[in-house]
Design a protein around this ligand. Structure first.
Ligand code: ZN
Length: 418
């Protein structure tokens, strides 16, 4: 688990997640390809491509003629606060707050009264060239303080937090109108005027770790969906053999609808699969034949039954933490699982001693959707939606079962090898 904790702690934003996955792939001799160049895959066999610094597709070729693609997908982003342009907001000449907005649907109150830091990427003008730099201030620099109960005595009866006022973090005392820009420039090692663009976010400083009398649970920010992204990364690195092209797709922007150039609702996956086939000198028909014998596992965390809200779950199809990999079903196909894809996955799990459990929404409560049904609109292959059972989804700190992670890693590895 130490490696997983290090990965979680070192991945405060989607940009850092992708950089960390790329670094692991580099160490395992994957070749980095650019979408701007032609690809020669026969010599490389293992490669990856990054889009927007925040999404990544890795692939590994079989030794024989491939039968199709085996695709494992997850997402790199998590709900958080995005820092707006002109972020410094002085208060009565005394304090400075940071102007932020919501990214994705989060539990706002979970961000209060905990140390926060700032990370993301900036685009720097480096002698006429636009250069991307990752930033991680990696220090407790901000806090969103609650209002004292004496001034809001009904708070425990429910309170509607307004992002534009209630959720702005305290950054420093007044005195320097340029303090924020200088902190970021200092972190990057450039002048403030050289920074021409930024994607910066707040992140909670809570470190990943065990909780529970017997270390049976894990808490961390961003378990949704970095636990699955990490499992996919381990799977494609560890898997050996197999007759299929192994594909790991980690998309950005799942939390805001996926419809960006680096999201699951983009051409990224279809473009990449086509380029792989093209570099193997496959015809269009040969490519379509590969797709016809392909399968996708869409991995995104699932809601574990909550002891305080048992009525919100389906009466029987409710998973528990440490109960194994969750297979998600939905009648309206918000999850892409069907009889065939469920059977395919259950067979794989049965043959490899991987426990599975089922998830369906309570029929009176609409659930979320995920990567599977969005991605299959572009790359139409049988798909199963799965995940790890967790509590407090989209809270600043989430909880999952400590024994489940190894099940997901094993599933991904065996999926690629089968
Ligand atoms: Zn998710």
């Amino acid at each position: 688990m130490e490696k997983f904790f290090r990965f979680m702690n070192g991945s405060p934003t989607a940009f850092h997640t992708i950089a960390n996955i790329a670094e692991e792939l580099d160490e395992d001799c994957f070749t980095r390809f650019s979408e701007k160049e032609s690809w020669q895959l026969f010599s490389a066999r293992k490669g990856y491509v990054v889009r927007n610094d925040s999404a990544l597709i890795a692939f590994a070729m079989p030794l024989k003629q491939p039968k199709g693609f085996k695709i494992f997908s997850a997402h790199s982003d998590s709900p958080c606060f995005r820092i707006k342009e002109n972020p410094q907001m002085p208060f009565e000449g005394k304090y400075v707050r940071l102007n932020c907005e919501k990214y994705g649907g989060m539990i706002l109150s979970s961000w209060l009264d905990r140390p926060l830091s700032i990370a993301g990427r900036v685009i720097v003008n480096n002698e006429g060239e636009l250069e991307t730099k990752l930033v991680n201030v990696d220090k407790d620099v901000a806090i969103i303080p609650n209002v004292a109960i004496h001034m809001n005595s009904d708070i425990n009866k429910g309170y509607e937090y307004k992002a534009q006022n209630d959720m702005l973090p305290l950054l420093c005392e007044c005195g320097n109108d340029n303090a924020f820009d200088e902190m970021i420039a200092n972190e990057v090692g450039c002048k403030t005027e050289e920074i021409l663009g930024s994607d910066l976010f707040l992140y909670p400083r809570q470190k990943a770790g065990f909780v529970g009398m017997n270390d049976e649970f894990v808490i961390s920010p961003r378990l949704d969906d970095l636990a699955c992204a990490y499992s996919g990364m381990r799977g494609i690195i560890d898997a050996e053999g197999g007759d299929y092209i192994k594909v790991l797709a980690v998309f950005d922007n799942e939390e805001v609808g996926s419809s960006t150039k680096q999201g699951a609702d983009s051409t990224f996956l279809e473009d990449t699969l086509y380029r792989i086939a093209e570099s193997l000198s496959f015809s269009r028909t040969d490519y379509l034949k590969l797709l016809a014998d392909s399968f996708m596992v869409s991995a995104d965390n699932a809601h574990a039954a909550h002891p305080a809200m048992a009525s919100k779950a389906d009466p029987v199809n409710k998973p528990y933490m440490n109960g194994g990999v969750v297979i998600k079903f939905n009648g309206n196909q918000r999850y892409a699982t069907d009889a065939y894809s469920a059977a395919y996955l259950r067979k794989l799990c049965n043959e490899n001693d991987i426990a599975t459990q089922n998830y369906a929404n309570n029929s009176d409560i609409p659930g979320g959707s995920t990567l599977g049904n969005i991605s299959t609109a572009h790359v139409s292959v049988p798909t199963v939606d799965i995940g790890l059972a967790q509590l407090a989804m989209h809270s600043a700190v989430e909880t999952m079962g400590a024994r489940d992670l190894s099940q997901m890693v094993k599933l991904c590895t065996k999926f690629f090898e089968a």
